[in-house]
Design a protein around this ligand. Structure first.
Ligand code: UTP
Length: 477
């Protein structure tokens, strides 16, 4: 029997044994006291009933994998004619009013591990702008500054980190003097971690005195808001609408007045932006109704027939792809906790570094364990009213996920160049493009120079020589 000095520690150890997880004490005998304490401190935080529940989820995985049947969800389509254009203009007025009145804040999820990108540091600190290599954080900070200036208001920025990158994120902001934002207006709510399990449902050690854990998913947002005092801070400021997005989208509009306007008009609790799928097999989550509740269903949970299904006009039946952009009311967040948070857990089979019997850490080549995550969009099922707004992919969505090929730094850079290239074209310039219509020069426009294409067209010199690399900065006025 493993012995601890303190009675309370002994009780903890017995609990671990009772839950059949005694393997986490395999190295106990050779651990110095400080390491023993580290391990026990971690064990104290683990909810073993929850671990048991995760084991059940693993055991029932095959029944969970049954394809899901749903109905397509309605959405506000891109304007095709003047009347739908007018609806957007009306929404814009309402949304701008809300922003001007200080009702909006930004909530960014940046607690992920960014394993596919494989960058050493928080993904938000990844240098990605085409010319000056600004980080994602800096690009977003500039956009927030521009909104603050345009509407004469303070926009608080709630940036969710996880224990894996919290310290590095905070120090990146300090080093860069918060990119000109007031540190009082930037909060770093930190999400919680959950234990990982091996194929047999056992807790995994990734050091002799440490159990492998991973962030609890972007659905950890709700708990992080509660833990990190976001709701109190928002209340104090009079903020009741949070503009939620994922840190890795280089084209993100940090707050969109049109979206805010539609959301308010509808009296929605949580709303979403969507794009039409590029092709039937595109790997995005799909908006759909299941028993009249709104859901985002993973492509892997859909039948092949549903993925390919067409309407009589040949458009895809399930065309609405989710892109991780939402508006969430603080009141809706509070409702999530009314009867205890009920977001489901999703299982991901992943490669988890593991301590071997010989005491060395091995990094597996194939998935060897399970992570458990909550997804923020599962809260949509609790909305009574919810807007789904279609947007143009080329204007608002280009994520950095992979090291190469699709959704990579290269595609993000190209998408930003294409976006600003179209502004130059709208200003009357002929911008070099290749056979795939990709802009062939690097362009950056600081949002304090111009936030919109219209502003840019007004401001940009009428006769200017285009060069291979161009930066439009407020100081270059
Ligand atoms: P992804 O699922 O794309 O994960 O997260 P990731 O961490 O960026 O990258 P991989 O999968 O390890 O390669 C989408 C967004 O949700 C955030 C991420 O930071 C990203 O902005 N996220 C994800 C969290 O904030 N916490 C999590 O636990 C998971």
């Amino acid at each position: 029997m493993i012995q601890a000095l303190r009675h309370e520690d002994q009780i903890l150890i017995e609990k671990v044994v009772e839950f059949n997880q005694a393997q986490i004490f395999d190295w106990w005998a050779e651990l110095p006291d400080s390491s023993k304490q580290n391990l026990l401190d971690q064990v104290r935080l683990i909810d073993f009933k929850q671990v048991q529940y995760f084991q059940e989820l693993l055991n029932n995985q095959s029944t969970h994998n049954a394809p899901i049947h749903m109905e397509p969800a309605e959405y506000i389509a891109l304007p095709e004619n003047e009347s739908s254009e007018a609806a957007r203009k009306e929404a814009m007025v309402i949304g701008e009013d809300a922003i001007r009145n200080g009702r909006t804040g930004v909530f960014t999820v940046a607690g992920g591990q960014g394993t596919r990108l494989g960058f050493d540091g928080p993904k938000g600190s990844f240098p990605c702008s085409p010319v000056t290599k600004k980080s994602l954080f800096e690009l977003q900070a500039e956009r927030i500054l521009a909104i603050q200036k345009a509407y004469g208001v303070i926009i608080p920025w709630y940036l969710m980190t996880s224990p894996t990158n919290d310290a590095a994120t905070r120090s990146f902001f300090s080093q860069h003097l918060y990119f000109g934002l007031n540190p009082k207006d930037v909060l770093f709510p930190c999400q919680r971690m959950l234990p990982t399990l091996d194929d047999n449902g056992k807790l995994i050690l990734d050091a002799k005195d440490h159990i492998a854990v991973s962030p609890n998913g972007h659905g950890g947002t709700f708990l992080a808001m509660q833990d990190g005092g976001v709701l109190e801070d928002a209340d104090r400021r009079g903020v009741d609408i949070l503009s939620y997005y994922q840190v890795d989208n280089i084209l993100i509009r940090v707050i969109d007045p049109v979206f805010v306007g539609f959301h308010l008009n509808m009296g929605a609790g949580m709303s979403s932006k969507m794009i039409k799928k590029n092709d039937p097999q595109e790997k995005v989550g799909h908006f759909g109704l299941i028993d009249n509740h709104l859901h985002v269903v993973e492509y892997s949970d859909m039948t092949e027939a549903d993925m390919e299904a067409r309407n009589p006009d040949d458009s895809l039946k399930y065309e609405a792809g989710s892109i991780g952009i939402h508006l969430i009311n603080t009141g809706f967040v509070r409702e999530q906790f009314r009867d205890g948070l009920k977001l489901p857990f999703h299982i991901a089979h992943k490669k988890i570094p593991i301590l071997q019997k010989d005491g060395r850490i091995s990094n597996p080549d194939i998935p060897n364990g399970y992570k458990f995550e909550m997804f923020v969009f599962d809260a949509l099922a609790d909305t009574k009213e919810s807007v789904i707004l279609e947007i143009r992919r080329e204007k608002e969505f280009s994520p950095i996920k992979n090291r190469e090929e699709s959704d990579s730094p290269q595609t993000a850079k190209q998408d930003l160049n294409n976006y600003f290239g179209s502004w130059l074209e709208a200003s009357g310039y002929t911008v070099p493009r290749d056979s795939e219509s990709n802009v062939q020069c690097d362009i950056e426009v600081h949002p304090l120079y111009a936030c919109t294409q219209d502003e840019f067209v007004q401001k940009v010199p009428k006769h200017m020589e285009l060069t291979k690399q161009m930066v439009f900065h407020p100081d270059s006025d």
